[in-house]
Write a protein that binds this ligand. Structure first.
Ligand code: KG4
Ligand code: ZN
Length: 336
């Protein structure tokens, strides 16, 4: 069964063709990063316009690269939530038009479930149930993946997402957008203990995250140093930020896994590309005799392949969108 997956929730216009979910025949990603870089972050209005300009070309190329025609596609899957509303609307409306005009089923996909599905593409032995940390620019969730289409969120961020914290700290340090990867690179030669950074205290749910305090501490440290004329070592500060974020993400996920009895762990989302996060999970899972699944680097960030893959499972579960399908900016994984 061939699924065309379309993704436009943020600043990547992406489309892919999957065969039976996990075999990816093509994956095309048109990124807008260079344009948003000028503004230090994603400008929603510009993102929507670029999706509008790029989407047809990206979809056509995904079909061409897969060696398939639209006629051969069995269903059209699309990210409909969560994300930037104007950006999502482009993908949803395009997919809807395509599906309705070609008389094919339309399958709505929740963006976070797409990130989770990225691991199925790379790891054929990964099967629910398991515990997954999804850490991206917009989300930090600890999710019980009960089945391919059934999720229970056991922890989430109270404020900034992990990727957002990376990016905002990076921006304050003068790195270009998106800064997570620059902190990752600078960390390699840094001393993580050179600066004292706070670890957030979250009262209530022990598996919830809070990253805004860390971000504020980094910004204050940079301002104070600047005022006093003290030079900050960016490599050391990067190493400290990366270590702190990785350690918090890993510690809470391990605590949730131990409490809920999971021995299989996955990590997904843009932040799963971070070398510190990957190393922390590798170490923690080895120590606890847990099986760890990490996506390959090309499937960590936003892409159409993960949407085509999750679209396949949603299709099998009977999930369909009709002509009234709309984009939703904020939607819990449990509401789908
Ligand atoms: O999943 P994603 O592509 O988009 C969202 O759904 O948000 O995640 C993007 C986030 C950005 O915050 C980006 O800085 C972060 O993932 N990211 C990284 C790395 N690569 C991407 N953060 C830290 N280290 C990296 N190597
Ligand atoms: Zn994403």
């Amino acid at each position: 069964m061939l699924i065309l997956g379309i993704e436009s929730s943020c600043d990547e216009t992406a489309a892919a063709v999957s065969e039976n979910g996990t075999k990816i025949l093509s994956s095309v990603i048109s990124t807008q990063i260079e344009e948003h870089k000028k503004y230090g972050g994603v400008v929603p209005e510009i993102a929507s316009r670029r999706h509008c300009e790029n989407i047809l070309g990206v979809v056509k190329k995904s079909l061409k690269d897969a060696g398939k025609t639209l006629d051969e596609i069995d269903a059209v899957a699309v990210t409909y939530a969560p994300g930037l509303i104007g950006a999502l609307l482009v993908g949803v409306n395009f997919a809807k038009g395509l599906a309705m005009a070609s008389d094919k089923p339309l399958v709505p996909v929740h963006h976070i479930s797409g990130h989770i599905a990225a691991n199925y593409i790379a790891h054929s032995d990964l099967k629910p149930p398991y515990l997954c940390l999804v850490a991206s620019g917009g989300h930090s969730h600890i999710v019980e993946v009960l089945d391919y289409t059934k999720f229970h969120v056991v922890g989430r961020t109270r404020d900034d997402a992990a990727g957002e914290c990376f990016d905002k700290c990076a921006r304050a340090m003068g790195f270009p957008y998106p800064g997570g990867v620059h902190i990752d690179k600078a960390s390699v030669s840094g001393n993580k203990d050179a600066y004292e950074l706070p670890r957030p205290k979250v009262t209530g749910s022990e598996f919830d995250f809070s990253f805004s305090g860390l971000k504020t501490a980094v910004i204050n440290l940079l301002h104070n140093s600047q005022q006093k004329g003290i030079e900050i070592n960016k490599n050391d500060l990067s190493a400290g930020i990366q270590y702190t974020i990785s350690d918090i993400l890993c510690e809470k996920t391990m605590a949730a896994a131990e409490m809920l009895g999971y021995k299989t762990i996955a990590v997904a989302g843009g932040v799963s590309a971070n070398s510190g996060v990957r190393a922390a999970f590798e170490k923690a899972c080895a120590e606890r005799d847990m099986k760890l699944y990490l996506p390959p680097l090309n499937l960590c960030g936003d892409n159409g392949a993960m949407i085509a893959c999750q679209g396949y499972y949603n299709y099998l579960a009977g999930q369909r969108g009709d002509e009234s399908l709309n984009a939703v900016a904020t939607l819990s994984l449990e509401e789908i």
